[in-house]
Design a protein around this ligand. Structure first.
Ligand code: PLP
Length: 390
């Protein structure tokens, strides 16, 4: 029996993730070194796992408040105040979610009417476009340019604004380019959002992972007059190496939080209690672990980016996240051909840049949250491959 006529049209329209397509080629091959998966190679720090285990031992296996445990929301409010200098009321402006993924979906569904336009910079995280479409919004992409190190500029966003524009999604540091924004350019974007009455969803999932000593990450929500039009999304997956705990949160004005909570209470009820307890431990005692991993990523980044440039694949120095985004246009191969041939000949997997949108064509995403010895072997494979096609 075919279910093709039973599947919702919206779902049929959505393409499969390019990452998934590529990684089906890798499945079942244990000889492959993968720089493909965007998650830390570290397990969650032991004290965080221990807090989760102890919570289970105590028999804490119930639902929590729909918004999330009060103790966690207080800890989030404090942490956000400290990291981003924006104050959110834990009673009405903080919602604990199943990862940033759920928070993004809730924000889109809470705000979008059919046909509303959502602008985002591209190349970008693979979920933005489908999350907008599934909420009946129209995704409008703005290419981030390699010559600007993949930062985005207010004037490029402005060109895409129409009477239907409602939301701008920002993600700095960016997956897949590692781009970070300087405050001056971010302020220009904030001014544009105020002038054009846009709401900003700011995905801060990589915000702890910035590497230059003289760089301080700023969230657009902390700029003057921006808190009231921002939805700050953050989570524990990347900086705390807690992907499998599936925990995130949103901080937003009370009316928006209430609208998101309405959907969350019926679709998810609450985030898992064990993960919430682990997240409290992460926020209260995890900063040293984060710093240790950050330093390790920085030295891997420096090594990987240096290798790419030495072998003739120009690679900008990514200011944050844990991805290098080398430029392979000089080889004459498309991203897909390069990645497929590299996999076939050297058993090294990297994600073709066009999996993150058309403006990623000509680049590859290589995750350096990977063991340094594996990165070293992968770089040797890259070099042999590049030399072979010269
Ligand atoms: N946002 C970005 C930019 C990401 O790269 C990812 C995961 O790769 C997510 C959100 C998903 O985060 P979570 O694990 O909290 O759902």
């Amino acid at each position: 029996m075919s279910f093709n006529d039973k599947i919702a049209e919206k779902v049929k329209e959505i393409p499969r993730s390019g990452i998934r397509d590529f990684f089906e080629l890798v499945l079942g091959r244990d000889d492959v070194i993968s720089l493909g998966v965007g998650e830390p190679d570290f397990s969650s720090p032991w004290h965080i796992r221990e807090a989760a285990i102890y919570s289970l031992e105590k028999g804490e296996t119930s639902y929590t408040s729909n918004l999330g445990m009060e103790k966690l929301r207080k800890a989030i409010s404090l942490a956000v105040q400290k990291q981003f200098t924006v104050t959110y009321d834990y009673r009405s402006e903080v919602l604990v979610t199943v990862g940033v993924s759920e928070a993004l979906d809730l924000a889109c569904r809470a705000l979008l009417n059919p046909g509303d336009e959502v602008i985002y910079h591209e190349p970008c995280y693979v979920s933005y476009d489908p999350s907008i479409s599934l909420a009946y919004g129209c995704p409008i992409s703005v290419p981030a340019r390699p010559e600007n190190n993949f930062e985005i500029r207010a004037e490029d966003i402005e060109k895409k604004i129409s009477p239907k524009s409602k939301i701008l999604i920002l993600n700095f540091p960016t997956n897949p380019t590692g781009a970070v924004m300087k405050q001056k350019e971010l302020q220009d974007i904030a001014d544009l959002c105020i002038a054009k009455d846009l709401i900003v969803i700011t995905d801060e999932i990589y915000s702890e992972l910035v590497y230059e000593e003289d760089y301080k990450h700023v969230s657009i929500s902390s700029l003057p007059e921006m808190k009231s039009r921002s939805i700050l999304l953050h989570g524990f997956s990347k900086a705390y190496a807690m992907t499998g705990f599936r925990l995130g949160y949103s901080c937003a004005p009370a009316e928006i939080t209430e609208a998101m909570m309405k959907i969350h209470q019926y679709s998810m009820l609450c985030a898992p209690i064990t993960s919430q307890v682990a997240a409290i431990e992460a926020l209260e005692n995890g900063s040293k672990s984060v710093e240790k991993m950050r330093r390790e990523y920085k030295s891997r980044r420096d090594y990987m980016v240096g290798e790419f440039n030495d072998m003739g694949l120009p690679c900008h120095m990514p200011g944050g996240a844990f991805y290098a985004f080398p430029d392979i246009r000089g080889t004459g191969l498309s991203s897909k051909n390069f990645a497929t041939n590299l996999l076939d000949t050297e058993s090294v997997a990297a994600v073709p840049g066009d999996a993150f949108g058309v403006s990623g064509e000509g680049f590859l995403r290589c995750c350096y949250a990977t063991d340094i010895n594996l990165i070293k072997s992968a770089m040797k494979g890259f070099k042999r491959f590049v030399d072979s096609i010269k």
